[in-house]
Design a protein around this ligand. Structure first.
Ligand code: C2E
Ligand code: MG
Ligand code: MG
Length: 604
């Protein structure tokens, strides 16, 4: 028989030992558990996303530090057991919602919706837009035993980047107005919305002399002007009008709810005035102008492309007939544009099919009684249209780029012809502003001189003020290079631009040609005569020879002599003639000069 006490004692010891072993195991396990917990907590709190776990009753089981941070929750609201409704109410109050009964009901609805969603058992997402601008993407994952896990991610930067990319695809980043694509789309939508009694206007705006700002003040100043232009435009428009930048210095406006052309013209004129006001950019003053071409829907077209094309035709018309104003498309402009297109293609063939020629008009020195040279003037005889005037085809050649080959041909031809003339005769060749855009003009002139053997001093290059306006710095640099070749430089059509006198001071031209508009009206305009007198006086002071253009009669001749002009050109002395008639024209001129009763006022 076993002694119960002993047995008891043995078993007590055993039990104690066992209990102690159990206790040690438990301690070890608890230790492991708390170690596990600590690790779990570390992991949780080091997650890059916010996490919260709720039970089936919508009470918090656990959340990490980032969750607390994202919503700026106090410690007390992140304790296990906290109902989601309380967290939401706190958050709503912080976001500025008053937590009224209505508000709380709305929050409750939201929780119910979310709980209903959970029943599908699949993950779903939603975004919170916080009042401080942050955007939080929440991924909700239902748990098998009920409840859910939320993963919260701050996607503000990512969303903003995506929004920026989408914005950039539709806007000009510099001026922040719509780009061509967006404008076209908006125009198309506006046309679709047009009721039967409504109209809309498309304004195409081109900045005059913008290139000059870029070239003289630099691109940073050019950019600043463009920004200012966009700002002024926005300030001029109503809320429902739309502005876009459709090219380098070209903008477009969609004006909605327009009663008729008059209303569109009023806006265009306001735009011209507003954009014309001086700009102060980067410490310098900049001046530009604006020309506006207008097309109206549905009158001129019912789709975006047709309207933009017609506004462009109207703009072309403004640019050729005087900048700084606006013009509404007319149906005859279509014919003009078509003609322009046809003429462009005909002009392409003209050079190769011998339709182009150069005629020469004598330039005389009335004091010396001699012919000093001839101006080379291009002529185009079209097989069907007959003689097409340079005022028509030169702008076409300039716009199409044909001017480069035409200009080069003229230089070669004129130098070749002049090389055969008596050595006292010079030849004056007109260069278009566009020809200065390529940097090889001096090489072309040099090659024409080289091929013909003409003495460079016998070649005069005529450029108009518009050439100088286009790109002053680059043009003056090229003029210096041309001067270095030994050719003479002439400022043509003097007096037609607004900065004429400035150019005389900044660049030493060898001659200036006083525009025929001054000469033509000299007999009936005393003040014009005074201007010519002042100009010739200034020219003489600067050592520049003035030449009067367009002298048609004796009265004008005498007027110009009185004004102090010695060199002249005009129908009075001779029309432009083909090369083979130059000799006869010169002889006729000299005869005329010799027979002329010497005007009394002629300088002796
Ligand atoms: P421009 O250089 O000022 O040439 C003078 C224009 O006045 C010529 O017109 C000439 O025929 C005309 N003219 C001459 N005397 C008189 C006159 O007494 N009365 C009137 N009313 N007109 C007179 P054209 O030949 O029609 O040329 C017009 C313009 O076309 C030229 O003006 C010039 O700017 C441009 N042009 C002509 N040929 C060329 C060329 O080869 N290249 C370039 N780039 N432009 C040219
Ligand atoms: Mg000329
Ligand atoms: Mg001229």
């Amino acid at each position: 028989m076993t002694r119960p006490g002993l047995l008891d004692a043995a078993s007590a010891a055993q039990i104690e030992a066992e209990a102690s072993l159990e206790a040690k195991k438990l301690i070890a396990q608890t230790g492991k558990l708390s170690q596990l917990n600590t690790r779990f907590e570390i992991a949780l709190n080091n997650m890059a996303r916010g996490l919260s776990m709720f039970d089936a009753d919508g009470c918090l089981i656990v959340c990490n530090a980032l969750y607390r941070q994202l919503y700026d929750l106090p410690e007390a609201l992140t304790q296990p057991g906290t109902p989601l409704s309380r967290i939401i109410a706190y958050h709503a109050a912080k976001e500025g919602c008053p937590n009224t009964v209505d508000d709380l009901r709305r929050q409750q609805n939201w929780i119910e919706q979310q709980t209903a969603e959970l029943k599908h058992g699949t993950t779903f997402t939603h975004t919170h837009h916080l009042s401080d601008g942050r955007i939080i993407l929440v991924t909700v994952q239902p748990l098998q035993e009920g409840g859910w896990v939320d993963i919260q991610e701050d996607v503000t930067a990512e969303t903003e980047a995506q929004e920026r990319i989408a914005w950039l695809a539709r806007h000009c980043p510099l001026t922040e107005v719509a780009n061509r694509f967006h404008l076209r789309e908006t125009l198309e939508e506006a046309i679709q919305r047009l009721g039967s009694s409504k109209k809309l206007a498309v304004h195409l705006i081109d900045l005059d002399y913008f290139k000059q700002v870029n070239d003289t003040l630099g691109h940073a100043a050019g950019d600043a002007v463009l920004k200012a232009v966009a700002k002024r435009m926005r300030a001029t428009l109503r809320d429902n009008d739309f502005v876009g930048r459709v090219g380098g210095d070209e903008f477009a406006i969609v004006q909605t709810d327009v009663a008729g052309p008059a209303q569109a013209a009023i806006l265009a004129e306001r735009l011209v005035r507003t954009l014309n006001a001086p700009y102060r950019v980067l410490g310098a003053d900049a001046g530009i102008g604006a020309s506006v071409g207008i097309a109206i829907a549905p009158d001129h077209g019912q789709d975006a492309d047709a309207l933009l094309r017609k506004a462009d035709m109207a703009l072309y018309r403004v640019k050729t007939c005087g900048r700084g104003s606006s013009y509404i498309y007319k149906s005859e402009d279509e014919a003009m544009a078509l003609e322009r297109m046809e003429l462009t293609s005909a002009l392409k063939d003209a050079l190769h099919s011998g339709q182009l020629a150069i005629h020469y008009q004598p330039i005389v020195d009335v004091k010396a009684g001699t012919v000093t040279g001839c101006e080379a003037l291009m002529r185009w005889r079209h097989p069907r249209l007959g003689l097409v005037p340079p005022s028509t085809f030169i702008p076409i050649a300039e716009r199409s780029g044909l001017i480069f080959s035409l200009g080069e041909w003229t230089l070669h031809r004129a130098c070749e012809d002049a090389a055969a003339w008596p050595s006292g005769l010079k030849v004056a060749v007109n260069l278009s502003a566009v020809q200065f855009d390529h940097g090889d003009l001096d090489t072309i002139v040099l090659s024409a001189l080289g091929a013909s053997g003409l003495d460079p001093r016998r070649l005069e290059i005529e450029i108009t003020e518009s050439a100088l306006l286009r790109s002053e710095a680059r043009t003056f640099e090229m003029l210096e290079r041309l001067r270095a070749l030994g050719v003479q430089l002439v400022l043509d059509d003097f007096g037609t631009g607004f900065a004429s006198l400035n150019y005389l001071r900044t660049f030493a031209f060898d001659k200036i040609k006083i525009d025929q508009s001054f000469v033509g009206e000299i007999t009936d305009q005393r003040d014009r005569m005074a201007i010519v007198g002042a100009v010739t006086g200034l020219a003489r002071t600067l050592g520049i020879g003035p030449v009067a253009e367009g002298v048609e009669g004796l009265e004008q001749l005498e007027g110009m002599v009185v004004a102090g002009c010695q060199e002249m050109q005009g129908f009075y002395f001779g029309q432009p003639v083909p090369s083979f008639e130059v000799e006869a024209a010169v002889v006729a001129c000299v005869d005329k000069l010799a027979q002329m009763t010497k005007p009394t006022a002629l300088p002796q």
